[in-house]
Design a protein around this ligand. Structure first.
Ligand SMILES: Nc1nc2c(ncn2[C@@H]2O[C@H](COP(=O)(O)OP(=O)(O)OP(=O)(O)O)[C@@H](O)[C@H]2O)c(=O)[nH]1
Ligand SMILES: [Mg+2]
Length: 391
């Protein structure tokens, strides 16, 4: 097995891609599919393997540039001969070809890619882009080519990644292509009211039973493909540590706080942060804790997909309020965890005691934290991610 290095995808594929297998990334037009190929190549080379990119769409120079924008150094890999191009684009747009192999005539395509596969036993070949091949060669011919490439790849333990944009092809052709590869990942666009996102799911894999779960993704520069969580909520009673938590978990954050009659700042509107954690990115919203700002709760909780319910573990008199806030934010209906903060304070209750006191069932995890010491914050994030996406 080789890892794809795309967050969540390896889990969906049952650990990764078996050597010698072929996988099709089948994208609706407009979805950023090329990055999937680039990210897999980059990761697999980082793991100590070799690979190539066959390109008939983007010129090699632009691909090098694109890698750079994600924070990956393709040029170095090219120099070290860990990666090479099969340049099927330069000749056709009249610029000098780059790379170990180049294609000058369309009818050499098959033969030259076969050579490239032979060149990288146990490596990975990215075929970018199948659609362009189909546009230039006739359909039956392309199916034959796929078959030959896959056969050679199997014999050579080489993984082949096909990038495919589903233009207006006849459905039979698309079926035929899918039937000739070992696995298919569908890349779709997602529309929900005005939010338009991109999503991926494994639709089939010969070595695994995928669970057909669709996840949203975003392509970051730098960073590459990240799983996108539109909104996480942090709520809980006054003074529990919500603003501190949002600040600690975020790469950037702001809080709309006021120091008025209070000695210490209290949140009057909200906390907003942006989290980038282990392949996941999320916008995170903290609510005020005081009852006089409860009119904000409903607005902030709208469209949240997961929630942290934060309590001061040393203040059991506030637990009732915590339950009320679960209610008011509709957090009942979404995956959530309890963050048992201020474990450093005298009299702080253990997670088990808090579970008893709040009468929570076992399905809701309770994570102890000391947010001001940055203790337990990552674990809280990982625990909520597990609630949302499974192990
Ligand atoms: N001892 C201790 N203090 C903490 C911890 N986490 C936060 N605090 C402190 O608790 C106080 C309240 O923290 P905030 O993050 O403002 O709490 P909040 O939940 O946003 O408060 P409101 O917005 O007013 O509801 C601050 O003085 C923090 O420094 C912790 O783990 N231990
Ligand atoms: Mg606050």
């Amino acid at each position: 097995m080789k890892k794809t290095h795309i967050p969540k995808l390896d889990d969906f594929l049952g650990g990764g891609i078996p050597e010698g297998s072929s996988i099709l990334f089948s994208a609706v037009p407009g979805v950023e599919c090329e990055t999937f190929g680039y990210q897999i190549l980059n990761g697999i080379i980082e793991d100590g393997n070799r690979g190539f990119i066959f390109t008939n769409v983007t010129e090699p120079d632009n691909i090098i540039y694109e890698f750079k924008s994600y924070g990956w150094d393709l040029e170095k890999y090219l120099n070290e001969e860990k990666a090479f191009f099969v340049d099927g684009s330069s000749k056709f747009i009249g610029v000098p070809t780059i790379g170990k192999y180049s294609i000058n005539e369309l009818n050499q395509t098959e033969e030259i890619i076969l050579k490239a596969i032979e060149d990288i036993p146990n490596g990975v070949g990215i075929i970018n882009n199948l659609s362009t091949l189909i546009d230039y060669l006739d359909e039956d011919h392309v199916i034959k080519i796929i078959n030959k490439l896959n056969k050679k790849a199997k014999a050579n333990n080489t993984i082949l990644i096909y990038i495919f944009t589903k233009w207006d092809y006849n459905p039979e052709l698309i079926e035929n292509i899918k039937n000739n590869v070992d696995a298919v990942v569908s890349l779709n666009s997602i529309e929900e009211r005005v939010i338009i996102g991109q999503g991926f799911m494994v639709t089939n894999a010969s070595w695994n039973h995928p669970d057909n779960k669709m996840v949203l993704f975003f392509v970051l520069q730098p960073g590459g493909i990240k799983i996108y969580i539109p909104k996480l909520l942090v709520t809980g009673p006054y003074n529990a540590g919500k603003s501190s938590f949002v600040k600690s978990i975020s790469n950037e954050s702001i809080s709309v706080d006021r120091i008025a009659l209070e000695k210490f700042p209290t949140t009057i509107a909200m906390d907003i942060g942006h989290v980038d954690h282990d392949g996941f990115i999320a916008d995170i919203f903290g609510t005020p804790g005081q009852e006089r700002f409860d009119l904000m709760l409903d607005i902030l909780a709208r469209e949240a997909v997961g929630a942290f319910i934060m309590v001061d573990s040393s203040a059991p008199q506030t637990f009732g309020r915590a339950k009320e806030m679960i209610n008011k934010t509709q957090a009942e209906a979404i995956p959530k965890i309890i963050v048992a903060n201020k474990q450093d304070l005298p009299g702080a209750l253990s997670p088990e005691k808090i579970r008893d006191a709040m009468k929570l069932d076992d399905t809701i995890p309770i994570v102890p934290t000391i947010v001001i010491e940055d203790n337990g914050v990552d674990l809280a994030m990982e625990t909520l991610l597990k609630q949302l996406y499974g192990d």
